[in-house]
Ligand binder design. Structure first.
Ligand code: ADP
Ligand code: ADP
Length: 226
């Protein structure tokens, strides 16, 4: 069974603009899919519909064996990493990491264990008492990744998470995300306009153009390079 299945998925903005057109896509359990294409082709809209942050116009979205078409984000078992990190500025790193679990009334001892584990994976131990504005962009994005990891979701969704970082940091974070996926294999959809990111990270690459899927394949099939 696919971990995520999109069938005949459509998104209209208003009556005229058709942003996502009849998208069909099956993503396997623990697969890492890179969704790539030029700005405005509908990648982010597709991802946000999977997350439940954007209403669908028609079609079906399944996560696991559940049709999630109109479910709110919290009922989808997904965690999303945003381009602008979306951290709570007035909270410490620790409290940012704890936030989702506290909402679910997870016991504090369990939260601490989950945060210790994520902080270890991401090298965050020395930063836990800082506020987001006392962190570099790369550190903030690590915290955003940590916030996803502690929730242990079925699916990770990434919306151009590396686009605000400089080239060197982007390359480092690519490696880090790849390592994390090897360490805790989780079904992942990674939106990017960067071919190198798509090629490096994706088990498969999905190329979108003008709201449609134009091509799907391994990096080798799509780009002629492994
Ligand atoms: P991408 O992520 O590939 O850059 P998006 O999914 O963000 O593309 O956008 C696809 C198209 O939908 C673009 O033409 C964009 O301008 C349009 N669009 C996105 N969000 C809205 C919105 N809230 N209202 C109207 N049009 C939108
Ligand atoms: P939980 O489901 O553990 O209570 P959160 O309270 O952290 O998780 O988030 C609820 C849902 O909202 C999540 O599914 C997540 O995808 C989404 N979400 C989390 N942070 C943001 C954000 N900054 N902006 C929009 N959506 C978010």
């Amino acid at each position: 069974m696919a971990a995520i299945s999109l069938s005949k998925l459509n998104k209209h903005y208003g009556s005229l603009f058709h942003a996502v057109k009849d998208v069909d896509l099956e993503i396997a359990d623990k697969e890492f899919v890179a969704l790539v294409g030029p700005s405005g082709c509908g990648k982010s809209t597709t991802l946000r519909m999977i997350a439940g942050l954007e209403d669908i116009t028609s079609g079906d979205i399944r996560i696991g064996n559940k049709v999630v078409n109109h479910l709110p984000p919290r009922d989808r078992d997904v965690a999303m990493v945003f381009q602008n990190y979306a951290l709570y500025q007035h909270m410490s790193v620790y409290d940012n990491l704890a936030f989702g679990l506290r909402n679910k009334k997870t016991p504090e001892a369990e939260i601490k264990t989950a945060i210790d584990r994520a902080a270890g994976m991401l090298g965050l131990h020395d930063l836990l008492q800082r506020k987001p504005k006392q962190l570099s962009g790369g550190q903030q994005q690590r915290v955003a990744l940590g916030r996803c990891i502690v929730r242990n979701p079925q699916v990770f969704l990434f919306d151009e998470p590396l686009s605000n970082l400089d080239a060197k940091l982007r390359a480092q974070m690519r490696i880090e995300i790849k390592r994390l996926h090897a360490e805790i294999p989780t079904t992942s959809v990674f939106v990017t306009h960067d071919q190198v990111e798509a090629m490096t990270l994706g088990d498969r690459v999905v190329i979108m153009r003008d709201g449609r899927i134009q091509q799907i394949g391994t990096p080798l099939q799509v780009y002629g390079k492994p």
